[in-house]
Design a protein around this ligand. Sequence first.
Ligand code: SF4
Ligand code: SF4
Length: 56
Amino acid sequence: MAYVIGEACISCGACVAECPVDAISEGDGKYVINAETCIECGACANACPVDAPAQE
Ligand code: SF4
Ligand code: SF4
């Protein structure tokens, strides 16, 4: 399952540069992950200050 960014996201952008496949972009009120390209590496979760990305 791809990672999904939850409502805790504060749109800091820290995760974007950590994603090896550029799957993260700014969305409406929070950042979003493209489930088609996410390779489930977990780098975004490790970089996030509020633990917003998670596998559902
Ligand atoms: Fe990118 Fe890895 Fe996060 Fe998926 S889990 S969005 S591939 S950093
Ligand atoms: Fe949102 Fe966390 Fe990414 Fe910052 S690092 S944009 S809080 S998901």
